[in-house]
Design a protein around this ligand. Sequence first.
Ligand SMILES: NC(=O)c1ccc[n+]([C@@H]2O[C@H](COP(=O)([O-])OP(=O)(O)OC[C@H]3O[C@@H](n4cnc5c(N)ncnc54)[C@H](OP(=O)(O)O)[C@@H]3O)[C@@H](O)[C@H]2O)c1
Length: 209
Amino acid sequence: MAVLLLVGATGLVGQSVLRQALADSRVTKVVAVTRKPLPPQPRLENPVVDFDALPADAPWWQVDGGICTLGTTMRQAGSHQAFRKVDVDYPLAVAKLLRQYGAQRFAFNSSIGADPKARAFYMRIKGEVEQKLIACGFPSLTLVRPSAILGPRKPHRAWEARTIRAFHSLRPVLPRHYRVVPADKIAKALLEAAISAPAGVQVVESERL
Ligand SMILES: NC(=O)c1ccc[n+]([C@@H]2O[C@H](COP(=O)([O-])OP(=O)(O)OC[C@H]3O[C@@H](n4cnc5c(N)ncnc54)[C@H](OP(=O)(O)O)[C@@H]3O)[C@@H](O)[C@H]2O)c1
């Protein structure tokens, strides 16, 4: 039985994590921390926060584990600095608070190719945040590294959804590692890790999803 805290619950993967977690009898409560309120549901607590000023003294940080599916795009963020804030600073701030309040597990939605030495900014940022999360010292840390994510996107990201669907049509000829991954599968891997808490640092590459 676990009480889990989720950040990113309004996103494509996060919505699926929330749906699956609330349907799972092993999860007693989900604390979904968002910047916009969610519709109320049984076993859901929904603190609405400003991620630039997380309330460090809130009692709801006291949970068994955390799941992070936060993320933005360069198009939405508008600058490298703003991108870094959402993809590194916010996940790290959440992880540190959870650790401080005694959480034992953390499951993080990273990306294929995450590497602090990568040439591409996106992969480098994901690699950097992974390293910083490892340094937080969770007894159980799971880094899930999907390839492109398949699922219904908001209208302003229709271009991305179209590209991913086109990519999906190449599935039979692509190596497993590069195949598009349904959001539900990523969510399932994150949730299972947060519930079962495998010891140490686990990296789940895209082909295992
Ligand atoms: N797109 C891909 O194909 C792909 C591939 C590999 C890995 N990934 C990574 O997978 C993760 C999950 O992706 P996804 O597609 O589920 O993302 P998504 O649908 O864009 O959701 C992103 C989440 O982050 C939150 N967020 C964004 N900017 C924020 C801000 N400034 N302050 C607070 N919250 C903010 C969003 O909240 P709001 O609803 O409030 O905006 C939303 O809950 C991301 O880290 C992404 O980088 C994506």
